[in-house]
Design a protein around this ligand. Structure first.
Ligand code: HEC
Ligand code: HEC
Length: 204
């Protein structure tokens, strides 16, 4: 008898733990679904594969980098009127869950037709310009341009978005933690910015 009730108590405790876990997990993902549908998807698309080149693709981006940028928008360390508004009311957990959701989605690069421009961009990406003191992008972002942790993936991103960000690093209007990017981008010509952005948008 004592054995049986002990067993029942254990089973009951187990059931309580299970239902508590289920109750905690379900609303979190429903909330993320809801946030993605009602907010992020308007500009970034439902899976982070945005179709407008002014809005960055978030699919396949490194989760740590996404978290950091969202906090940067929230604190206005990185200025964007649109994104500051979007971050209002989101908790730290929402930000982490959103970052994990988008980083798990598949990023699809665009097909690029201009072979000569792609090659110019690739060479610049891989070697930079030693004579003008420009480091190879690959040194930090990697040969596959996937970055790591706080270093963003740049492969497969929209060319227009990449070029806009490079110009902002150059004139220091993107103000977050970027002396490394400033010293690189400020020495690039407009042709180099476009070639490297063109190459990266089709790089898989
Ligand atoms: C009204 C359009 C709009 C909506 C809605 C929107 N964003 Fe953005 N988002 C932008 C723009 C524009 C940028 C680029 C900001 C810049 O640097 O000028 C951006 C940038 C970002 C970045 C930085 C990406 C990178 O590569 O650095 C992240 C992360 C992000 N958005 C996440 C989200 C999430 C998550 C949501 C939903 C909660 C969301 N955004 C909703 C317009 C939007
Ligand atoms: C010394 C390391 C370093 C080098 C070299 C470097 N980057 Fe970066 N890059 C970074 C870091 C770190 C960030 C993230 C900055 C931040 O957190 O805002 C970044 C951010 C970027 C972004 C913004 C991505 C986004 O999603 O908003 C672009 C675009 C970029 N780099 C392109 C390049 C290109 C092209 C080159 C070569 C011409 C290059 N980088 C060279 C370290 C580097």
């Amino acid at each position: 008898m004592r054995l049986a009730s002990g067993w029942k108590a254990a089973l009951f405790a187990f059931a309580v733990v299970c239902s508590a876990a289920a109750a905690a997990a379900a609303p979190a993902s429903e909330r993320i679904d809801e946030l993605v549908k009602t907010r992020c998807s308007t500009c970034h698309g439902p899976t982070g594969q945005s179709s407008n080149a002014d809005f960055p693709k978030l699919a396949g981006q490194n989760a740590d980098y996404l978290v950091r940028q969202m906090f940067n928008f929230k604190t206005r360390a990185r200025k964007s009127t649109e994104m500051e508004k979007e971050m209002a009311g989101l908790t730290g957990n929402d930000i982490e869950d959103l970052a994990n959701y988008f980083s798990r989605q598949q990023l699809v690069p665009v097909a690029r037709q201009d072979k000569a421009l792609t090659e110019t961009g690739r060479n610049f990406y891989m070697t930079g310009s030693p004579e003008r003191g420009i480091s190879a992008c690959a040194v930090c972002h990697g040969d596959m341009a996937r970055g790591a942790r706080l270093l963003p993936r740049v492969a497969g991103q929209h060319a227009r978005y990449l070029a806009i960000q490079l110009r902002r690093f150059a004139d220091q209007s993107r103000t977050t933690d970027q002396m490394l990017m400033h010293s690189t981008a400020s020495k690039m010509t407009e042709e180099e910015i476009w070639a490297v952005s063109y190459f990266l948008s089709g790089y898989d």
